[in-house]
Design a protein around this ligand. Structure first.
Ligand SMILES: O=C1O[C@H](COP(=O)(O)O)[C@@H](O)[C@H](O)[C@H]1O
Length: 231
């Protein structure tokens, strides 16, 4: 059963989640000399990224940061999750972290693009010390979209990176597979707003995973899921 932590506001949530993830990274560095983190994009994580990136107690030069999913757009696009991470998190103390992008050029995540992204991801210390997921109003997480053309592969395949096109996704995307996402020491779901808690409540109920792919994370028991929410 996931554990839920509620906060009065976005600032409090951002600070608490940054504290938890910073502790995960420090534990990883203490144990193996390096640490790795995979984060989501979208409209929710900006404050959390800023709070985490300011942490001076993390040896950022030993940290590798990557994404749980990416829109297949150049990193100059304001739709790029990579750009968001670079602008909001990898500033100040965190500027010395190593960032591994998923977008590898070109118009489409074709076999060459996926092979390059797989190769880039192979350089990220495994398991992740922390994975921070988000959730869309349609019940998607990472780029596990309802109606996604490669949803079954993303949910059940060995991955590690899967191309995804879906009616609700906008541009073509890539996503880490469920298997790769669960190769983590800590797992978080970061959601904000009353609307998202309604989506979460629905997802916690019965129904097919394909209708609300966040269920593939909520229903698994391999990794304890910590849900961070604020209004
Ligand atoms: O498109 C995406 O959406 C989800 C949720 O985003 P939000 O705007 O509702 O916070 C995000 O988790 C994912 O990484 C992103 O690519």
């Amino acid at each position: 059963m996931p554990e839920r932590f509620d906060f009065p506001g976005k600032t409090e949530l951002a600070k608490a989640l940054a504290e938890a993830v910073a502790n995960d990274l420090k534990a990883g560095i203490a144990e193996r000399g390096v640490a790795s983190l995979a984060v989501s994009g979208g409209s929710t994580p900006g404050k959390f990224f800023a709070a985490l990136g300011k942490r001076k107690d993390v040896e950022w030069e030993k940290v590798t940061v990557t994404l749980v999913d990416e829109r297949w757009v150049p990193d100059t696009s304001d739709r790029s999750n990579g750009m968001l991470v670079n602008e909001k998190m990898l500033q100040g103390p965190a500027a010395s972290a190593h960032f591994v992008p998923l977008y590898q050029g070109g118009e489409e995540p074709d076999a060459t693009g996926i092979a390059k992204a797989d190769a880039a991801l192979a350089g990220v210390p495994t398991p992740f010390d922390a994975v921070v997921l988000g959730m869309g109003n349609d019940g998607h997480t990472a780029s596990f979209f309802p109606g996604g053309d490669n949803l079954a592969e993303a949910l059940e395949g060995d991955g590690p990176i899967v191309a995804m096109h879906a009616p609700g996704a906008g541009e073509a995307r890539v996503t880490l597979s469920r298997k790769r996402l669960l190769e983590t020491r800590s797992l978080y779901l970061h959601i904000e707003g009353e609307g998202k808690v309604e989506v979460l409540d629905k997802a916690m109920g019965e129904g097919p995973v394909e209708d609300m792919p966040i269920r593939s994370i909520l229903r698994q028991t391999d990794k304890p899921l910590n849900i961070y929410w604020c209004p």
